[in-house]
Design a protein around this ligand. Structure first.
Ligand code: GDP
Length: 690
């Protein structure tokens, strides 16, 4: 008997896992009653522990799905909240605390929630039962309670008291049965009283005669009858907690001493009394109800399984899928993509990246040491060449030009190439990893994506200092002297012409932007003319005010100055391009005349030396460690349900996995039912033999 109910409760709980869309379910016992009808006391008496939330203003806001598991092997009773991952709680006051908190987590304005709290209690003293405690009906909403609370509680209860559930309708003996909200509700859904058990509490509060009359009620007959109980928990005395099972013992002792003193409840009275009787009745009724539904349920499960299998075939061609397999495949693809990247990103690519960064530094040095200066205000320039031909020529014998080139070179070698190189390459790798992730399946998984990017950052950061120090160390000789060979000179000459051309294009683009921002070429020309004239002293500007000068606003003048600066810069660059291409710059001897070429050749040398180091210290190390780091960090993330969370972030995979899970659960349920049938048959055989 016990075994069957246990199995059926297990099947019922499995069916619940199949999900909302499932239409199949096995019955449970739902407990309804008005507030203060003694509902909690009855439930606690059945369980044998005080564990339900109590307190003056305590309103149950969520259903509690209580599964009682009779387990003879258990030495200390314990509860579990499977959804919260809380297991083996032997302290029932802690269970009470958890329930109170879960209950309070429903926001006040929402009133009640139909998201049930699942609680399982294991004990050798409980019967196998599946009970659902619902919020108590309230008569009038309290002062601080929302108006709709009463309606919402009633609607929630209506959802649960539908068939095939069994209704445990709790009413207090000292309240007229005609006013029992629980019975009124049950009669709405079970008018013939076929699946309602009436429980009359507080039997000690009415005359025995009246009490007995209620129990044999003729006015509201229930096929499953009424049971009268006195389930108030006797006050605990002393410092020690009640031992396990003591609550039920005390309650039934209480009940016995009351009922036995009143002949109205005697053996021949025909009325059912006592919590122990109630427990037995519940077990019996639940089993009956479950068995009678089992056949229908089995057929429904079979239909659902067929439908699910069909979906699996047409949608996924029966392709198996697990979260592990999905992760493994995603990781595999990513590693392959990474390998492809690794074979395409090496020394030449780093060389190019770093050289580009140094080209900019070379331009900065050229601008600072050789080219024009920014125009700060409108006062006449101390020296303003009439034409470019007036610019000072670099005399190879002049100490000034020697010093200029020496300081520019030294600035270049000492600017912290080590750090620059490590940063430029690390940034490029990081950007490429991000691109790879974006193209991979991980793109749909924000947290995995973050883990991979962090893994790259960690590995790169790890090598950043040693790499940059190593580079600096190897560049030390260049900080004193750089020896350029003719071959290097001619390569530098070819290359820097292109760099200058790009700079020129940039000047042109900046100029175009300025034109657009002031409203056209002509307007800009006007402002530039004014700035030029002021600089040459052709017009005297009495100090520039906040409102501008010469009829131009301050903002416009600023743009004019920028434009003049750009124009002069472009002129100079044009001139330098010509110089670089000229015959004079062909020869290394003329290096003072051609600083652009010299600095470019220096930058190339710095780049080459740096890249040797980068390759060994950073890139190779990264290629070896990064895939392992990704694997281990992702592994950590997948612990504790992370794997399932990861897989279901992709809706396509989630649907696939859900369908498989559903199919497996339905198959499991069917096999359990088959097991149950076999068990019954062997039971019948034994009966026949006896
Ligand atoms: P609930 O609000 O329906 O859960 O009701 P409770 O179980 O909290 O009971 C309400 C009050 O009635 C409490 O003070 C209980 O001690 C008391 N009570 C419950 N059952 C009985 C009973 O059988 N006899 C007596 N005298 N009081 C009871």
């Amino acid at each position: 008997m016990m075994y069957m109910t246990k199995m059926m409760i297990e099947i019922r709980n499995l069916l619940q896992k199949v999900g909302q869309s499932s239409t199949v379910s096995l019955p449970s016992i739902v407990v309804i009653g008005s507030q203060s009808s003694g509902k909690s006391s009855v439930l606690e008496a059945i369980v044998g522990h005080e564990f339900l939330p109590k307190g003056n203003n305590m309103i149950t806001r969520r259903p509690i799905e209580l599964t009682l598991v009779n387990d003879p092997k258990v030495s200390a009773d314990y509860g579990e909240f499977p959804d919260l991952g809380l297991h083996r709680i032997t302290d029932f006051s802690l269970i009470q605390k958890n329930l109170t908190e879960l209950n309070q987590s429903v926001p006040e304005h929402q009133c009640v929630s139909d998201d049930p709290i699942r609680l399982t209690i294991h004990s050798p003293r409980v019967p196998d039962l599946s009970l659902i405690d619902l919020p108590g009906y309230i008569q009038v909403a309290g002062e601080n309670q929302p108006r709709e609370l009463k309606r919402k509680i009633s609607e929630l209860c209506d959802k649960y008291i539908r068939g095939p559930n069994i209704i445990l309708a709790i009413s207090a003996a000292d309240v007229d049965l005609a006013n029992s909200t629980a019975l009124q509700a049950s009669r709405r859904v079970d008018p013939r009283g076929e699946r309602t058990i009436g429980v009359i509490t507080k039997m000690d509060l009415v005359d025995p005669e009246k009490g007995a009359a209620i129990l044999s009620d003729k006015q509201y007959p229930l096929r499953l009858g009424y049971v009268g109980v006195i389930s108030r928990a006797p006050q605990q005395t002393g410092l020690f907690k009640r031992d396990t099972g003591a609550l039920l013992r005390q309650i039934s002792k209480n009940e016995k001493s009351y009922f036995s003193t009143h002949p109205e409840f005697g053996p021949d009275s025909g009325v059912s009394i006592g919590t122990v009787t109630l427990r037995k009745k519940l077990m019996h009724v639940l089993e009956q109800q479950m068995s009678s539904k089992l056949q229908d349920t089995t057929a429904a499960i079979q239909r659902e399984l067929e439908e699910t299998s069909y979906q699996f075939k047409v949608q996924y061609n029966e392709e198996p899928m697990t979260a592990e397999a999905y992760l493994a495949a995603s990781l595999d693809d990513f590693k392959h993509a990474f390998k492809r990247f690794a074979s395409s990103f090496g020394r030449p690519q780093m060389q190019q990246l770093l050289k580009e960064a140094l080209d900019q530094r070379v331009l900065d040095q050229l601008a600072a040491k050789y080219w024009n200066k920014p125009i700060e205000d409108l006062s006449p320039a101390p020296f303003e060449p009439e034409s470019l031909a007036d610019l000072p020529k670099a005399d190879p014998n002049s100490q000034f030009w020697h010093m200029q080139l020496d300081t520019a070179t030294s600035a270049l070698t000492r600017l912290g190439v080590g750090r620059l190189a490590a940063t430029v390459v690390a940034n490029a790798i990081q950007a490429n990893v991000d691109k790879l992730v974006n193209k991979s399946t991980f793109a749909k998984h924000p947290s995995a994506r973050q883990v991979i990017n962090e893994a790259a950052a960690t590995v790169l950061a790890d090598r950043s200092y040693t790499t940059s120090d190593g580079i600096e160390f190897s560049l030390k000789p260049y900080k004193y002297e750089v020896d350029i060979q003719p071959q290097e000179w001619s390569q530098g000459r070819d290359h820097v012409a292109g760099v200058l051309k790009m700079e020129l294009d940039q000047c042109q683009r900046a100029m175009n932007n300025l034109e657009n921002s002031v409203g056209g070429k002509r307007k800009l020309k006007e402002v530039m003319n004014f700035v030029d004239k002021a600089r040459k002293g052709e017009i005297v500007v009495e100090g520039e005010t906040r409102n501008g000068a010469g009829g131009f606003s301050a903002a416009l003048l600023q743009k004019g100055r920028e434009a003049v600066f750009l124009r002069d810069r472009a002129d100079i660059i044009n001139m330098r391009i010509m110089a670089v291409k000229s015959r004079q710059c062909k020869s290394l001897e003329n290096k003072y005349y051609c600083p652009e070429v010299f600095l470019d050749a220096v930058a190339t040398k710095l780049t080459q030396t740096s890249v040797l180091f980068l390759n060994v210290e950073m890139l190779n190390d990264f290629y070896a460690r990064f895939p392992r780091e990704v694997e281990s960090k992702l592994g950590e993330q997948m612990l504790g349900g992370g794997l399932e969370r990861f897989a279901s972030e992709d809706p396509r995979i989630r649907r696939h996995l859900d369908l498989i899970r559903r199919k497996e659960l339905l198959e499991l349920v069917l096999s359990k039912i088959e097991g149950l049938r076999r068990f019954n048959r062997s039971d019948d055989d034994i009966d026949q033999h006896n």
